[in-house]
Design a protein. Structure first.
Ligand SMILES: Cc1cc2nc3c(=O)[nH]c(=O)nc-3n(C[C@H](O)[C@H](O)[C@H](O)COP(=O)(O)OP(=O)(O)OC[C@H]3O[C@@H](n4cnc5c(N)ncnc54)[C@H](O)[C@@H]3O)c2cc1C
Length: 369
């Protein structure tokens, strides 16, 4: 990029997509500042395990120069998948790790730490929530922070996830409920404290599904199993059932009733989990989600293409970040770079959103009367 000075690039959000973008830029000698609303790197647990695909997440890590440290942390055996019959827990289908370890698993927290540690000190400004973005007439963009401060940049990258504050500068689209809610719970020291469940889950993931209800359990690092109780249900299911989500015993009892025709070894997930239940209604952006190019601002990851969580979102967010950074270091101007990036990211995300919607239908089958 030909510029008399280093362009001022702001990345809003220190998720996997924003961090991948910052890392690839820095690897090419460019600077960027990441503004993150959370107070610190460990302000909240980062969530479960992710399988990184060779053609997306791993491609981004290669561009970031982090593929080897990734492989040192990753769990290739975690690729294993089991599908069980919900009535008797019999094995219906089994897929072992692919030859060559195409999609190794890694805990999201480990991956985020790897990216954070790779950045120049001070790149991430913690506790800097962005409230709004205003494109300016000269092609630059103004960031307004929640504390009332404002700062102008040559490019603002919205990497701020599902409920992006940057997105309204480009599009009126808003996330809508998918009709599916994941209720998350977890098990610690599974091999010693929950050996039967550990055997059911194996080294990777286990799925059992019935009409409108599924159970997914995934082995994370350190003997932790994270489970999702997937429900095809109105978003206010707990209110309709008269349940206070803060009353964990009531949630547990209700879920056990919902799965009363399931095999007891699977109901164990509802009955004996160590952690409480976290309600996670799933939202998506309308697909296709596109926008007219606006100088000085773009989106990546969930901010651009929030889709059902069936294994693509984090991979695509990282690839977006890496592709955008690559365009910024190879194209002659910021505007050319953003146009080049959007011309590959938008069609790719439309395709992925369609396949993810089908994936969610497969994961949690509709109730047919
Ligand atoms: C239950 C579940 C399981 C999933 N499993 C998988 C999987 O197996 N594989 C996969 O590929 N994907 C998976 N996904 C999807 C994946 O989590 C997302 O697609 C991915 O995290 C998107 O990354 P991102 O960087 O775009 O956004 P995020 O990870 O959401 O990061 C956004 C960042 O922006 C910050 N932020 C938000 N608002 C502001 C603001 N106003 N100002 C400053 N900072 C802000 C947030 O604090 C956050 O740090 C799953 C999702 C869910 C819900």
């Amino acid at each position: 990029m030909n510029s008399a000075r280093d362009p001022r690039i702001a990345i809003v959000g220190a998720g996997l997509g924003g961090l991948a973008c910052a890392r690839v830029l820095q690897r090419h000698g460019r600077s960027a500042t990441v503004f993150e609303r959370e107070a610190s790197a460990d302000a909240r647990p980062q969530g479960g395990t992710l399988d990184l695909h060779a053609d997306t997440g791993q491609t981004a890590l290669r561009a970031a120069g982090l593929l080897d440290p990734f492989h040192a942390l990753a769990r290739p055996e975690g690729e294993e998948w089991r599908v069980l019959d919900f009535t008797d827990a019999a094995l219906l289908a089994h897929q072992g790790p692919s030859a060559g370890g195409g999609r190794p698993e890694i805990d999201r927290g480990q991956l985020r730490e790897l990216l954070l540690d790779s950045l120049t000190e001070g790149t991430v400004r913690w506790d800097r929530a962005v409230s709004r973005v205003t494109p300016l007439a000269d092609g630059t963009c103004r960031l307004l922070f929640a504390d009332g401060a404002a700062e102008d940049f040559d490019l603002v990258v919205g990497a701020d996830g599902a409920w992006s504050r940057v997105r309204p500068a480009l599009s009126h689209a808003a996330p809508r409920y998918t009709g599916v809610t994941f209720v998350e719970t977890g098990f610690d020291h599974c091999d010693t404290r929950h050996p039967d469940l550990a055997r059911l889950v194996g080294n990777g993931s286990m799925l059992a599904k019935g009409a409108g209800r599924s159970l997914v359990a995934q082995r994370n690092s350190n003997g932790h199993i994270r489970a999702y109780i997937a429900l095809r249900t109105p978003q206010d299911w707990h209110m309709a059932a008269g349940i206070d989500l803060g009353d964990q015993r009531a949630v547990r009892a209700h879920l056990l009733r919902m799965f009363d025709d399931w095999d007891e070894s699977l109901r164990y997930i509802l009955r004996d989990s160590d952690s409480g239940f976290i309600n996670r209604p799933l939202f998506v952006l309308p697909a296709p989600h596109t926008w007219q190019h606006v100088a000085g601002v773009t989106l990546l990851g969930d901010a651009a293409h929030l889709m059902p969580p069936v294994g693509l979102g984090a991979n695509l967010a990282m690839l977006d970040g890496s592709d955008l950074a690559h365009a910024l270091v190879t194209e002659p101007s910021i505007d050319d770079a953003v146009r080049a990036y959007e011309s590959i990211m938008l069609p790719r995300s439309i395709e992925a959103a369609t396949s993810s919607a089908q994936g969610l239908d497969h994961l949690v089958p509709a109730v047919t009367s």
